[in-house]
Design a protein around this ligand. Structure first.
Ligand SMILES: CC(C)(COP(=O)(O)OP(=O)(O)OC[C@H]1O[C@@H](n2cnc3c(N)ncnc32)[C@H](O)[C@@H]1OP(=O)(O)O)[C@@H](O)C(=O)NCCC(=O)NCCS
Length: 143
């Protein structure tokens, strides 16, 4: 059974989330997480998706001003993509944010994943731009 929950920063479980998103999001681009980048995540909310004991997906939330929540680092284990895990994680993150009275969820979506977010009700809010060397769209959804 799939379970999605929050993971505390700095724990062994957190290290596993970092390892998964390094494999899925950074390594293919030849990029790394710096110590400074990881230190800046201290106050973010970290989610893990577990199939039994096995970590299969992760994402982060960053609370911002004006009722806005930023979703980032959305990654599903490559051998488990296309099974609905990403959609379940985004829905769990939205429920978490809604419960805390946030009104907008937004993200910088990789152009290759923009359709994934559109299927979940997100809309592009500006022009395409480059981040971590690849094209992205700013996207958001009212919660
Ligand atoms: C993008 C990602 C998070 C989606 O998670 P997933 O578990 O594979 O997606 P799901 O199975 O929940 O898919 C939900 C819907 O989005 C669609 N979808 C998923 N990934 C897609 C993609 N890259 N492009 C287009 N559509 C996609 C699915 O077809 C599905 O549509 P359906 O409901 O009509 O069948 C995952 O594939 C991933 O980690 N990709 C590599 C890293 C990445 O790009 N992360 C996003 C950074 S912004």
């Amino acid at each position: 059974m799939m379970q999605i929950g929050t993971v505390a920063y700095g724990t062994t479980l957190y290290d596993e989330l970092v390892a998964l998103r390094y494999e899925v999001l950074r390594k293919p681009l030849g990029l790394f997480f710096t110590d400074e980048q990881l230190a800046s995540e201290k106050n973010y909310i970290h989610f893990g998706a577990y199939d039994g004991e096995e970590l299969v997906g992760t994402l982060q939330l960053v609370p911002e001003a004006h009722g806005r929540m930023k979703m980032r680092q959305v990654a599903v284990d490559p051998s488990r993509q296309g099974e609905g895990i990403g959609a379940l994680m985004v829905e769990a993150a939205e429920a978490f944010a809604r419960d805390k009275d946030f009104i907008i969820m937004h993200c910088h979506a990789r152009a290759s994943a923009a359709h994934f977010y559109e299927r979940l009700g997100y809309q592009k809010t500006g022009d395409m731009f480059e981040e971590v060397t690849i094209p992205h769209w700013a996207m958001e959804k009212h919660l």
